[in-house]
Design a protein around this ligand. Structure first.
Ligand code: GDP
Ligand code: IMO
Ligand code: MG
Length: 416
């Protein structure tokens, strides 16, 4: 029986998970998504071509790898079908959980209405309907992909739901779907997606029992986790390692090596606390060098320095065995590089993540910069100050940095 390798984001998302999943998919038989929806944007660069994946696992670019979308995902059939168009011959190498919850256009309308009503307290969501879809799931009024196989029944249930909640939807300015159009839409989804819908929990057990090499692909990041992130400025799913079990129907003993993905600096998109944010010229320079604009919404990402305190928290919550340090090249040319090594909290210096990160100030240590790491493929060829930076981070977070990435390209990856 094999154990599954797991990839999780350790910061506020967009760490470069897609690149590492694609890299590792070359030696895995299955790649499985376990959480999130099309709020995720995983970019993969192969030669001249750039792919942005939102719901399809990042194993899809390796023709030999098969792809599973687990029950922990909220799936928008409309957006999934659009994404599928980039690829030929997905049949036999794409499996969708019949227990994954369906995200429909009205979820996005509710998401956007709630954000509007919150005004300056808005979360800064992607507006894709993620919160309302997970909300329906937990409130036990959601719909699962298996129901798509019976569109008439599903359309009737959705219409009934709108009738019951009419005053709420009216107050938010969300229109009820028109029944005939809704039914046509659901029938279309069924005609495209039915061949892929199956019991992926059984499939997970079968492939692990058959000793297949399985890779689990996280979305978002630890600081966006519904329980362990900067609540309420988080997403609505379990983004940490534990989510891989509930989101795919496997157990903790099925998990093997955990690789946590982190940038050599830090970014966040959307609102909420970000202690090591740099709002000045250096933050601008990180944004420009790192092309820090969202894959899903195009929004400029907030930029700042590596936060070793939040990272230690993330390493422990996820049980990280090794870190993949991404985008080292973005720090090329800086004279000095800062790292947040502690927080000032209630007049004291602390080395843990307190209840609310809103109330902390970063304490920085400064490291000497270097000239160029871009495209370097061995650790020994890195400038000595870059080597020292990496070793100092390892010391601070108490974990090996086993992978270092020096460009968006698949092969510009150092394995130590
Ligand atoms: P994900 O959501 O974690 O998969 O990350 P995104 O794809 O949203 O954002 C990461 C971005 O950084 C993508 O545009 C990648 O192509 C790019 N990227 C990944 N690794 C590196 C790297 O080592 N250097 C540079 N310069 N870009 C990278
Ligand atoms: P990947 O997988 C970065 C952020 C949004 C917002 C908050 C809630 O590409 O790393 P939501 O639409 O989920 O309700 O928004 O979470 N967010 C992400 N930020 N990367 C992501 O995914 C994200 N998915 C959601 O910007 O702050
Ligand atoms: Mg992303």
């Amino acid at each position: 029986m094999s154990k599954a390798d797991l990839i999780v984001g350790l910061q506020w998302g967009d760490e470069g998970k897609g690149k590492i999943v694609d890299h590792m998919a070359q030696t895995h038989d299955y790649v499985c998504r376990f959480a999130g929806g099309h709020n995720a944007g995983h970019t993969i660069v192969i030669g001249e071509k750039k792919y942005a994946l939102h719901l399809i696992p990042s194993g899809v670019l390796n023709p030999k790898a098969k792809n599973i979308v687990g029950n922990g995902v909220v799936l928008s059939p409309k957006d999934f079908i659009e994404e599928m168009k980039q690829f030929d011959n997905l049949e036999g190498r794409l499996f969708l959980s019949d227990k994954a919850h369906i995200l429909l256009p009205y979820h996005a309308q509710i998401d956007q209405a709630r954000e509007r009503l919150k005004g300056d307290k808005a979360i800064g969501t992607t507006g894709k309907g993620i919160g309302p879809a997970y909300g329906d799931k937990v409130a036990r009024v959601g719909h699962r992909l298996g129901e798509l196989l019976h569109p008439e029944k599903l359309a009737a249930k959705i219409m009934e739901f709108f009738a019951i909640n009419k005053p709420v939807f009216d107050a938010m300015g969300v229109d009820a779907p028109e029944e005939a159009a809704l039914l046509d839409e659901l029938k279309h989804y069924k005609s495209v997606l039915a061949p892929y819908i199956c019991d992926t929990t059984q499939l997970m057990w079968e492939i692990l029992d058959a000793d297949k090499k399985v890779l689990l692909e996280g979305a978002q990041g630890t600081m966006l986790d519904i329980d362990h992130g900067t609540y309420p400025y988080v997403t609505s799913s379990t983004t940490v390692s534990a989510g891989a079990c509930s989101g795919l129907g496997i157990n903790p003993k099925d998990i093997g090596k955990v690789t946590g993905i982190a940038k050599a600096y830090c970014t966040r998109v959307g609102n909420g606390p970000f202690p090591s944010e740099d709002m000045g010229d250096e933050g601008d320079r990180l944004r420009k060098n790192g092309h820090e604009f969202g894959t899903t919404t195009g929004r400029p990402r907030r930029c700042g320095w590596f936060d070793a305190v939040a990272m230690r928290h993330a390493v422990r919550v996820n049980g990280v065995d090794q870190v993949a340090l991404m985008k080292l090249d973005v720090l090329d040319g800086f004279d000095e590089i800062k790292v947040c090594v502690a927080y000032e909290f209630e007049g004291k210096e602390v080395d843990y993540v307190p209840y609310d990160l809103e109330d902390v100030k970063p304490v920085y240590r400064t490291f000497p910069g270097w000239d160029k790491t871009e495209g370097i493929r061995t650790f020994d060829a890195l400038p000595t100050s870059a080597q020292s930076y990496i070793m100092a981070l390892e010391e601070m977070i108490g974990t090996k940095i086993g992978i270092i990435s020096t460009s968006p390209e698949r092969e510009d990856t150092i394995i130590r």
